[in-house]
Design a protein around this ligand. Structure first.
Ligand SMILES: *Cc1c(COP(=O)(O)O)cnc(C)c1O
Length: 451
């Protein structure tokens, strides 16, 4: 009998996150204070983050222990299952073996609770009772709302306006878990009011929502800020995915030839990739890594690698990353979680070192892949996740072309049960592909500071 699902027991939940910073041949460039252009220190970050997370942000320890309380909460949905996609393989008539790690089994429906839970926990440990954050499609806002609820904390969520209107049920989830959610740009912050004055109909963007959430925390002594992607400690927490997948691929008796994931801010891809990348760095494994992003917002494939702000209103430190410009307004693709102007600095550094590849796809091709996946494997993926599936299917078709039995592992970052409006539009033939917005990027790059 063949095996479809590789499962671990609760006591096999990893005891540590993996920190790739310990193993890289060169350290990543530091983030800079935008005023002094000097590397930031803990004092620059302490108004926004608890010391434990600031420590993780700069740590070079190879493994960082997962607190027992966090492992306890992880048990609600972890270890997540690893699947062999027998039916998809058959439909593609490929000699490739396709595996996927299913992060859609979390209560929030995505990988986001993997970092929401420890972030809420560490804040609570340091006496913080209120957090602010932004959310695009609502995946992060809902995950953090759930985690804050577990640790009895208050949360204010600034939700990108287009998503607030397009994805009303993620807004409902945020409310069920007890958080306060407003559409961004909002009249509640200076940054929001400024954008609304210029454009009362602004659809919002992640960059704007980050500015609002950061301002909210920076102007209140009792509130800290929480970010769902991009930062080192977020990527660190997500390595729980790859740490588990290492054990599960061992159970399956296979080594991935290629690891695929979608990238918005870069956290789920880094989460599955970095533990396997360790083996390439330390043991010479030949694994390839493919990060897949939307053609409409292609920061890793087209963005310049230079210092830029993480948000529209220039409130964050300067981070060296592949950027399309912090004022760039990505087209309204349905993968809201991939509409970010830049990418995690640590992942960009790994990309610069030539350790990973990046690829961009148009959204209709991704929805084609998502539907093929749903019709073979059953799971209806999130529009973000459809990019990883497109990438994995193309790897499987390339293996078929080459007549090689390659092993492909991808991360199923979330389900699409609250994205039915997007699927409806796909089936109605109303989804369009957006050409790379070259002029808008050129314009936005003018606002990127010279460092
Ligand atoms: C947020 C999200 C993403 C993109 O974020 P990363 O930090 O790049 O992982 C991808 N898939 C899903 C389901 C998400 O919720």
């Amino acid at each position: 009998m063949t095996t479809t699902k590789f499962v671990l027991s609760e006591d096999e939940i990893p005891e540590a996150w993996y920190n790739i910073a310990a193993d890289l041949p060169q350290p990543p460039p530091p983030s800079l204070n935008p005023g002094t252009k000097q590397p930031i220190g803990p004092d620059d970050l302490s108004p926004l983050f608890p010391m434990a997370l600031i420590g993780q942000e700069v740590s070079t320890d190879q493994y960082i222990p997962i607190p027992e309380e966090v492992r306890e909460a992880y048990k609600l949905y972890r270890p997540s299952p690893l699947y062999r996609a027998h039916r998809l393989e058959k439909a593609l008539d490929t000699p490739a073996h396709i595996y996927y790690k299913n992060e859609s089994v979390s209560p929030a429906g995505s990988h986001k609770p993997n970092t929401a839970i420890p972030q809420a926990y560490y804040n609570k440990q340091e006496g913080i009772t209120k957090l602010s954050t932004e959310t695009g499609a609502g995946q992060w806002g809902s995950a953090l709302a759930m985690a804050c609820n577990f640790f009895d904390m208050e949360l204010k969520v600034y939700m990108v306006r287009v998503s607030y209107e397009q994805k009303p049920y993620r807004r409902s989830m945020i409310q069920i878990w007890g958080a306060d959610v407003v559409p961004s740009p909002s009249p509640d912050t200076e940054a929001g009011r400024k954008i609304l004055a210029e454009d009362p109909d602004s659809p919002g963007s992640l960059g704007i929502a980050i500015s609002e959430a950061v301002e909210h925390a920076a102007t209140r002594d009792d509130t800290k800020y929480s970010l769902g992607s991009v930062l080192n400690h977020v990527l660190l927490h997500q390595t729980i995915i790859g740490q588990e997948a290492l054990k599960q691929m061992e159970q399956a008796g296979e080594e991935p030839d290629v690891v695929v994931g979608c990238v918005g801010g870069g956290s789920n891809f880094s989460g599955i990739a970095f533990p396997f990348l360790r083996r390439r760095l330390a043991e010479g494994a030949k694994t390839r890594f493919v990060a897949v992003e939307p053609e409409a917002c292609p920061s890793l494939t087209r963005g310049e690698y230079r210092y830029d702000f993480g948000d529209t209103a220039e409130m964050t430190p300067l981070m060296k990353m592949n950027t399309l410009g912090h004022t760039f307004m990505p087209p309204g693709i349905h993968a809201g979680g991939l509409r970010y102007h830049a990418m995690a600095p640590l992942l960009c550094h790994v990309h610069e070192l030539g350790l990973i590849e990046a690829k961009a796809y148009h959204q209709v091709a991704c929805f084609d892949a998502a539907v093929q996946f749903a019709r073979t494997e059953g799971i209806i993926p999130a529009p973000e996740t459809s990019h990883a599936i497109r990438g994995a299917i193309d790897e499987a078709l390339a293996a078929k072309e080459a007549g090689e039995s390659r092993v492909i592992l991808f991360n199923l970052s979330g389900h699409g049960h609250f994205d039915m409006g997007s699927y409806d539009r796909y089936f109605a033939g109303e989804l369009k592909d957006y050409a790379y917005p070259e002029e808008a990027v050129k314009e936005a790059m003018k606002a990127v500071p010279d460092v």
